[in-house]
Design a protein around this ligand. Structure first.
Ligand code: LMR
Length: 487
């Protein structure tokens, strides 16, 4: 009877046994020609076990070693028919290939390694002052001192983290007089950064409705493309940005959302759209939120730049309108930018439910999801923000510091547009002044982006998204000269 094929599981077990046996001296036994439990077992499945037991152990041992050698060779030669089997028995991490760096984070490393003193990093979205530093806000320093002198323990706080931060963030986003707060329909749980909030939100959606489809603007933040599929959700897009006019495709966006309904999740950027800097105006938000309520899809809001577009309350408009009109809303917020606590990883996931009881139930699901992921969030950054938002004096200081960052970015937008026009560059860059927040697309080709990088040490992501906050008096002219050359 023809021997059935080697089962992979059995083969792996044989490899493991061989290695163990060799290590424990079975090789000596083999050399002496004695019997060995290792060599008495079969490469074939159980039907052939008896036959194998009666075979010649020494010969089988050699055959086994020989086969292992072939497989080891096959591992190196992808076209070998045994390659797949060899892959299966490879070491776990042998299967992993290096992945290219993240499109945004990779810029940090490339810029840091560049010795050119005139280099400019227009990549990652961090605020920089006139001297190119990302300062610690004064309100943060003061709160940090208070935290340092009042903190008496660093014991676990449990999955919700700093409760004072959670409630203060809820009030900040929804407004103290919000009807959903009065009806106790909101819960906010701190997360490690805004990305953590997005991931917890995505996990919650997956838990609630595994087949839910997520719709994000075209384009959207680079990490959205990776994050939602990583949580097992299908990510699709609705029309958003017009690359010709550098403006919002409002009508296309509305018609793109017309056929969405229950089972769909639509992701919005609350303000300062990343990467294009274009947001709906207040009237357009009214229309978007009306449509959302009418169609019954779940709005999910990514709020990473509250205060950078028009003001703290103004930038929460979409969140407040969704909360007023829709039974359910998800908000992923970040304090990285507006409190400049980037590396502290401060964010929050907020959920609005149709009843107070449902909100309490959903929080238990969030807590169980985070427990399985990072267990509990870090609390140094949220402790600082808890102190700021519970002090009128520090809150006032924070509001003025956010206004300072916002105003400086707006001035940089105007100066850059003026300088580009004054340099005689034909292409119209006046859109820079009509957009807001840190980001704008320059509308350059990948080739032009590459030339900026290679010839001038000016770093942007391949999409030609620039962080306007990285400009200053000292680098803007150099940038405009380079732009004129590559255009
Ligand atoms: C960005 O888009 O540059 C920021 O949100 C930072 C990041 O993590 O990508």
């Amino acid at each position: 009877m023809k021997a059935p094929p080697i089962t992979l599981r059995l083969f792996k077990a044989q490899v493991a046994e061989l290695v163990d046996a060799l290590a424990s001296g079975a090789s000596e036994q083999l050399a002496r020609g004695g019997s060995s439990p290792l060599l008495g077992t079969s490469f074939y499945n159980d039907n052939n076990e008896q036959e194998s037991r009666n075979g010649q152990p020494r010969l089988r041992g050699f055959f086994f070693n020989f086969l292992t050698l072939i497989l080891a060779t096959a591992k190196r030669e992808g076209d070998n028919p045994l390659f797949e089997i060899a892959q299966e028995i490879a070491l776990m991490f042998d299967r992993l290939q290096a992945v290219p760096p993240d499109p945004i984070l990779g810029i940090i490393a490339a810029h840091a390694a560049d010795p050119n003193p005139r280099k400019i990093d227009l990549g990652i979205g961090v605020y920089k002052d006139e001297s190119g530093n990302t300062p610690v806000l004064k309100c943060v320093k003061k709160a940090e001192q208070i935290l340092d002198s009042t903190e008496t323990s660093k014991t676990y706080l449990g999955p919700p983290g700093v409760k004072g931060f959670n409630s203060a963030m809820t009030e900040l986003m929804f407004g103290k007089d919000s009807a959903v707060l009065k009806a106790d329909r909101v819960r906010t749980i701190q997360t490690p950064g805004g990305t953590g909030a997005l991931r917890v939100g995505a996990d919650l959606i997956k838990e609630a409705m595994p087949d839910a489809r997520v719709w994000a603007s075209d384009p959207t933040w680079a990490n959205h493309y990776a994050l939602f599929p990583a949580a097992g959700l299908e990510l699709n897009h609705y029309p958003y940005f017009d690359r010709e006019t550098s403006a919002l495709r409002f009508d296309d966006m509305m018609s793109g959302l017309q056929d969405k309904g229950p089972g769909d999740v639509v992701l919005f950027h609350a303000c300062c759209h990343n990467p294009c800097g274009v947001s709906p105006d207040p009237e357009q938000w009214e229309a978007v939120t009306d449509l959302t309520a009418q169609r019954g899809f779940l709005p999910m809001v990514d709020m990473a730049y509250m205060g950078f577009e028009r003001g703290i309350d103004e930038d929460a408009l979409s969140v407040r309108l969704f909360a007023e009109k829709c039974p359910e809303v998800l908000i992923a917020s970040s304090c990285s930018k507006n409190f400049a606590v980037y590396r502290e990883r401060v964010g929050a996931i907020s959920v609005v439910c149709e009843s107070s009881q449902k909100a309490s139930d959903v929080v238990t699901v969030i807590n169980s999801l985070t427990r399985k992921n990072y267990s509990m969030p870090p609390t140094h950054g949220t402790g600082i923000i808890d102190i700021i938002l519970h002090s009128d004096e520090l809150t006032g200081l924070w509001v003025s510091e956010v206004a300072g960052m916002r105003n400086r970015i707006n001035e940089l937008r105007k100066t850059l547009a003026d300088k580009i026009a004054a340099a005689g560059i034909e292409k119209d860059f006046s859109f820079l002044q009509r957009q807001s927040g840190m980001f704008s697309f320059l509308g350059l080709s990948v080739e032009q982006v590459r030339r900026l990088r290679e010839e001038f040490s000016i770093y942007t992501v391949d999409s030609a998204r620039v962080n306007v906050a990285s400009f200053n008096e000292g680098n803007m002219d150099y940038f405009v000269d380079a732009l004129k050359i590559v255009l």
